[in-house]
Design a protein around this ligand. Structure first.
Ligand code: PAF
Length: 284
């Protein structure tokens, strides 16, 4: 696996691949890779000839007081994991490569408010603007045929699908189901912030969302009760809830009686660690 840092280095590799007609897949990450990321690389391999993984902790998507400074950075382990997963190229740009004029004065994108001001976006204002800004830069720099994202960040996935549609990128977005620990905890780089005594509570999140999804399937009209029950269960497990919401899978709007494809989404604090997770909920 090759590793490049600058635009010129990246383009030199990509030019050769394109000349030989290779289909290129991009897996954007912020590093500290786990099995969830490696599942994205595996999916990318299946639908392309060449896989590029990017590692960049994007300052633009972190709010004030969030964990940008302490976000885990493990470049050596990440490189080894990508090699083992048969990734072809690691693009690990510097801030200067991603924001040549500095972030404060950068050209930035704004994610559509209908998707970005709710749920994660309400709890983390500006987060999705930072995500679409960096992802569009990665798309422009790499020019992939395919880009792979995890369903764990379900709202992000929808925001990126809209980015591709709105900006007319000729890129197929592939989504990959959430990878979980044996106890059901969705894998996340932030799980390493959990203290040992908090893991038990964190592991309940998935089960509580699965129970909410079952409740909605049994009584579709009573999705608000399912939300309330899930919130109570999370609080009883000792978590502080940012939101629990049953939404339409397609646009995260509130469900209408005719909707069949829903999603239960939640964000909750387990001590100082913020967890997010979601479950599909298909009716009838
Ligand atoms: O999901 C992530 O790791 C990040 O939000 C992404 C898509 C790499 C953009 O920085």
């Amino acid at each position: 696996m090759r590793q490049v840092q600058t635009r010129d280095q990246l383009w030199a590799v990509l030019r050769k691949w394109r000349r030989s007609g290779s289909r290129i897949a991009l897996v954007p990450t912020m590093g500290n890779l786990h099995e969830g990321h490696l599942a994205l690389v595996a999916a990318a391999r299946e639908c392309s000839d060449r896989v590029v993984a990017s590692i960049y902790v994007n300052p633009a998507q972190f709010g004030e007081g969030e964990d940008y400074e302490r976000y885990p950075r493990t470049p050596d382990e990440d490189r080894e994991a990508l090699e083992a997963a048969h990734c072809d190229l690691l693009f690990a740009p510097s801030d200067r490569t991603m924001y040549p004029g500095g972030l404060a004065d950068a050209t930035c994108l704004q994610a559509p408010r209908s998707l970005s001001a709710i749920l994660e976006g309400a709890a983390r204002p500006g987060h999705f603007d930072g995500v679409v800004t960096v992802v569009s830069r990665l798309f422009n720099l790499v020019g992939p045929d395919v880009a792979v994202f995890g369903e764990k960040d379900y709202q992000q996935l929808l925001v990126i699908q809209r980015l591709v549609e709105d900006m007319g990128y000729p890129i197929r977005v592939v989504s990959v189901p959430t990878v979980r620990s044996a106890a059901g905890l969705a894998l996340s780089s932030r799980n390493r912030y959990l203290q040992d005594e908090q893991r038990g509570a964190a592991e309940q999140l998935n089960g509580i969302l699965a129970a909410a999804a079952r409740r909605v399937i049994e009584s579709p009209g009573r999705w608000q009760e399912a939300e309330r029950e899930a919130r109570n269960s999370l609080e009883q497990s000792g978590m502080r809830v940012d939101y629990v919401a049953v939404r339409r899978a397609v646009d995260l709007d509130r469900p209408l009686p005719t909707d069949r494809d829903l999603r239960v989404l939640a964000a909750a604090w387990c001590g100082g660690t913020r967890l997010i997770d979601n479950r599909a909920c298909r009716l009838g």
